[in-house]
Design a binder for this molecule. Sequence first.
Ligand code: PMP
Length: 392
Amino acid sequence: MDIFEKCYADDYIKEMIRNGQYPYFLPLSENEGNVASYKGKKLIMCGSNNYLGLTTHPKVREAAIEAIRKYGTSCTGSRYLNGSIELHETLEHEIADFVGKKAALVFSTGMQVNLGTISALIGRGDYAVLDKDSHASIYDGVKLSYGKLERFSHNDMDHLERVLQSIPEDAGKMIIVDGLFSMEGDLAPLDLLVPIAKRYGARLMVDDAHGIGVTGGGHGTSAQFGLTDEVDLIMSTFSKSFASLGGFIAGDTDVVQYIKHHARSMIFSASIQPASTAAALAALRIMVAEPEWNAKLIHNGEKMRKGFRDLGFNIGNSVTPIIPILIGDNDKTFEMAQGLFENGVFVNSVISPATPPGRQLLRTSYMATHTEEQLDQVLDTFKVVGKKVGLI
Ligand code: PMP
């Protein structure tokens, strides 16, 4: 049996490429945040995680350039050995303050935060209890651990309780959920999760990759629920609102110290580069000093949810600027995405098998820097294409 056989076989990806419908890995020639170009065609960007629009903020650009001047282009090693710089620690202190935790630890990507943190904490005989819709990096973190994986239906607290009841009472347990779910823009019910975790002696970790900068006035989903002290661990990434690359875990000092010495994805990988560290720090300081970006983002999200509902689109349970357009069919999803693209709007197609059958959707997300005119144009385009495709 040749392990390459599967690579040569025909599959849905090859079929999409043949049909000219392949919407992934499109190399943009320009990206100014709210507007991007593909082969010279201008597109209103409604498919990025640049929620606050800070990738083009002059202070963020300048901070990254300045860090390269001071530290060069790379730290050329692990945080553990030669790869730590003062900027990492400054960022960790300011992040911990911002999310309301005692300590924080930065990693080179958010994926690595989840891989390293979860595999360090979930040991033999322990259980990781995940919302089924948890991000892939959370699942992979559990796979790398010696513990067991249990799942509950998305945001279904009765199911969570049944799962917890089935786990031996004295086993170590950690419930892990996304704070703001990245595909459908809904929130984990932390007000219900916190008392359940307490009742069953489980720790609670919230992946707020999409929440920080967006929910809780920017401080995240735990802050939105007023439960920062009750959530044991908060992780996030710098690749979204922080306009950079990297990620962090925040929690009690001893727990973060333990992760620092056991997270293999941090210890055995080079540290976050100076430019990315400085960009994340500059973005964080803008979040603190200029809360109007968050206010504008929330306003834009509200405007678009109302706009889509008024047009008759199904936007599920979104309560944030991440707004899914639920379609439930691969072909219609592509047809819609293609129509939008041709008319100058960039969105993300999420189809089966990436999503359960019946849950195919266009993932749209809005930014603080989108103008009213751009958003009105997006709604007008959705109206025209949605009618043509027969969605509304
Ligand atoms: N968690 C969630 C919920 C995410 O959406 C992502 C990124 N898509 C990550 C973790 C990983 O973050 P990064 O891009 O920094 O690797």
